[in-house]
Design a protein around this ligand. Structure first.
Ligand SMILES: Cc1ncc(C[n+]2csc(CCOP(=O)(O)OP(=O)(O)O)c2C)c(N)n1
Ligand code: SF4
Ligand SMILES: [Mg+2]
Length: 282
């Protein structure tokens, strides 16, 4: 009897340190072991929970390995054709301006077939949030070269390694978009360590905050893994990400309209007009 009472008391005192976000469905995902899509899904779900916006959030799935993301999120999701998520998101956000709309897109989807959609949505300053999964390869279709595949990277369509002469340079999406005026936030993160996961979560939260504040287009690029098509184990793919992807795709904030405005204001107050302009364009 006394044991039962003690266990009731200890249960009541227990703090929940870790649980499934309510915006994440209680199902097994189809992602491969070591794939970072699952980690990013969780971070998005945690942020939606934290902001308490699952009732007014609409996500747009891409075509790619995350085409089934609608099975994993517990809020409204729409499906776009390959590369067309920014157009679908634009329509949703403009017709339902109080909703919170995000796209979830791979590098083939966003930076290849969807590049024009991406650039023009950013230029229009659409008040949407983009979660961009850069794993340097077409995952779903079996490992073809993506616009973000690294120089020399072996893929199914670059068996001798990506040849810059023939295929050009990989596209650095955050650097490219940070030059566009409609962009409120462009930040690159990764999820290879607990610290990086926490930083990624903060960045995703900020991107949703900026949308809710009506500041414009926000994009978080997540440097990600595809162990299956990289031909590596889960562990080895994290090492490959650190040794090959992060030097080419440095982490950081490429544009933050708030930080830019603060820096510009400080520089203007110091009477340095050139620095103020530079900071504003940062
Ligand atoms: C219009 C059109 N062109 C091509 C395809 C084939 N396709 C499906 S997914 C995909 C690439 C997916 O790669 P990515 O966007 O990087 O996502 P990942 O699977 O790596 O997460 C392609 C080319 C398609 N479904 N529709
Ligand atoms: S193929 Fe690559 S991107 Fe797709 S689920 Fe597997 S590891 Fe992830
Ligand atoms: Mg990809």
């Amino acid at each position: 009897m006394s044991t039962t009472t003690e266990s009731v008391v200890s249960t009541e005192k227990r703090r929940v340190l870790f649980s499934r976000p309510k915006s994440l469905s209680d199902v097994v995902t189809h992602y491969c072991p070591g794939c970072t899509h699952g980690i990013v899904h969780r971070l998005v779900a945690e942020v939606i929970d934290q902001l308490d916006i699952e009732g007014k959030t609409i996500g747009v799935c891409p075509v790619g390995c995350s085409v089934l993301a609608h099975n994993y999120f517990n809020f409204d999701m729409a499906q776009a054709a390959h590369g067309r998520a920014p157009a679908v998101a634009t329509g949703l956000k403009r017709s339902l301006p109080d909703s919170v709309v995000f796209t979830y897109q791979g590098d083939g989807d966003l930076a290849s077939i969807g590049m024009a959609e991406t650039v023009h949505a950013a230029l229009r300053g659409e008040k949407i949030t983009v979660i961009f999964i850069n794993n340097a390869i077409y995952g779903m279709t079996g490992g073809q070269m993506a616009p973000t595949s690294l120089p020399g990277q072996v893929t199914q369509t670059s068996p001798y390694g990506r040849d810059i002469e023939a295929a050009g340079y990989p596209v650095k999406v955050c650097e490219l978009l940070s030059g566009l005026e409609g962009v409120a936030l462009a930040q690159r993160v990764t999820v290879d360590t607990p610290n990086h996961v926490r930083a990624a979560r903060r960045a995703i939260k900020k991107a949703f905050d900026y949308q809710i504040e009506g500041l414009g287009y926000s994009i978080i690029e997540v440097i990600s893994t595809c162990p299956t098509n990289w031909g590596l184990s889960a562990d080895a793919s994290m090492k490959w990400l650190r040794e090959n992807m992060l030097p080419y795709y440095p982490l950081g904030v490429f544009k933050d309209i708030k930080a830019g405005a603060a820096a510009a204001g400080a520089a203007a107050a110091a009477g340095d007009a050139n620095t103020a302009g530079d900071a504003g364009d940062e």
